[in-house]
Design a protein around this ligand. Sequence first.
Ligand code: URA
Length: 228
Amino acid sequence: MHPITCANEEDGLDHHQEPSKSCNLCPRLFDFRQINQTNHTDWFNAPVPSFGADDPQLLIIGLAPGLKGANRTGRPFTGDFAGILLYQTLIKYGFAQGVFDERIDDGLKLVNCKITNAVRCVPPENKPTPVEIKTCQQFLKNTLSAQKKLKVIVTLGKIAHDSLLDALGFKKSLYPFGHESIHHLKTTMLNDIVLISSYHCSKYNTSTKRLTEEMFHKVFEKASFFLK
Ligand code: URA
């Protein structure tokens, strides 16, 4: 049994804002983290915080940190294959400035954009369970409610899409997932939001051509259009 320690209890302020570095709400993810901490003492090995601009109009929601990517480096989509297409696309469409060098000290800055994950801890085999996704939703909700100027959300993959709808209290069947699908969401928590769904930019999806560079670019072309 793991005693439940939750978000940032030590700071006395923002109890459920971000998961603490030792969050153990998901026993399986906690155990996996401990193994990684033992085997890779120089890795980040903690819930990966959101990255990007303060008060952005665009939020991108990924799935979960990759073992040797965000879980190693501590920044979403940094250090594994999925990040290369994502950050290059963000630079192309003006949502990032600088050079993406797959290191958290590469100086890359996001512009009017933030990246977060539906699940903040690395899951074994890249597959969070439904309970883990639900448990981590409290942190997704916190991230959402803190973005006062948000207009567009891009979800990467069906898990992020469904978790966002669930976090906002929308019926998933009314807002089906599809690549480049667009849904207009009238929310109480946020302003009215345009949700653009995309296939995840994973190595699997790009190497099987389920997602091509052109298809991914179109998603961000649309995001730029709705932010004009
Ligand atoms: N890295 C992340 O941070 N999120 C993903 O969804 C994939 C890789």
